[in-house]
Design a protein around this ligand. Structure first.
Ligand code: ADP
Length: 145
C-alpha cells in the first residue's frame, strides 16, 4: 500500500489521462491515508513565445497561461473518485521529466503512476517522459498501457 502517490498529467491530451483513472483510484483507495499529488508541467513561457503560437495580438501573460492550465487540470482531476482532502494539485513550468522527478523527491512519493505513451503513437513502447521517469525514479513506477 502506498502513502504518497504522484500522478503526472499531460493536460494537452485529456483522453490520454482516461486510462490512468481506475489504476490511480485503486491504489489511492486501498487505505484512507494515501495522498494523491497531481502534477502538470507547462512549458516555460519563452517556449510558447518562440513558437509564435497563434496569438496575433498581445501574447498571454504567464498568469493567464497558468489560469487556463489550472482550469483544464481541475477538470481532469474531477474525473478521479478520490476524497478531496487527500488530493493535492501542483502546476509548475519547466521540463516534464525533471519536474516529475523533483516533485517525487520533495513529497517522498512511494509510487508514480504514469501512462506509457499517447495512444496514437503506437510505435513506441514508452514515451520519452515515461522512459526517463522509469529510469531515474527512486520509487516504484506503475506504467499504464
Ligand atoms: P508521449 O511521448 O507519447 O507524449 P510521454 O512519455 O511524453 O509520452 O508521456 C507519458 C506520460 O508522461 C503522460 O501520461 C504523463 O503522465 C506524463 N507527462 C507527459 N507530459 C507531461 C506534462 N507536461 N506534465 C505532466 N506530466 C506529463
Amino acid at each position: 500500500m502506498y502513502h504518497s502517490i504522484l500522478v503526472p498529467i499531460d493536460i494537452s491530451d485529456p483522453e490520454f489521462t482516461q486510462q490512468l483513472i481506475s489504476h490511480v483510484e485503486t491504489q489511492a483507495n486501498i487505505t484512507d491515508v494515501a495522498h494523491v499529488h497531481f502534477l502538470t508541467v507547462i512549458p516555460a513561457f519563452p517556449y510558447y513565445a518562440s513558437l509564435g503560437l497563434a496569438y496575433s495580438g498581445e501574447a498571454p501573460s504567464q498568469e493567464q497561461i497558468k489560469n487556463e492550465a489550472l482550469s483544464k487540470f481541475s477538470e481532469i482531476i474531477d474525473k478521479f473518485d478520490i476524497p478531496e482532502e487527500r488530493i493535492k494539485k501542483h502546476i509548475v513550468s519547466g521540463s516534464p521529466k525533471d519536474e516529475i522527478l523533483r516533485l517525487a523527491d520533495s513529497i517522498r512519493a512511494d509510487l508514480i503512476v504514469i501512462a506509457s505513451h499517447r495512444p496514437d503513437i503506437m510505435t513506441y513502447l514508452l514515451g520519452s517522459t515515461a522512459a526517463a521517469v522509469v529510469r531515474h525514479a527512486k520509487c516504484s513506477v506503475l506504467v499504464v498501457r
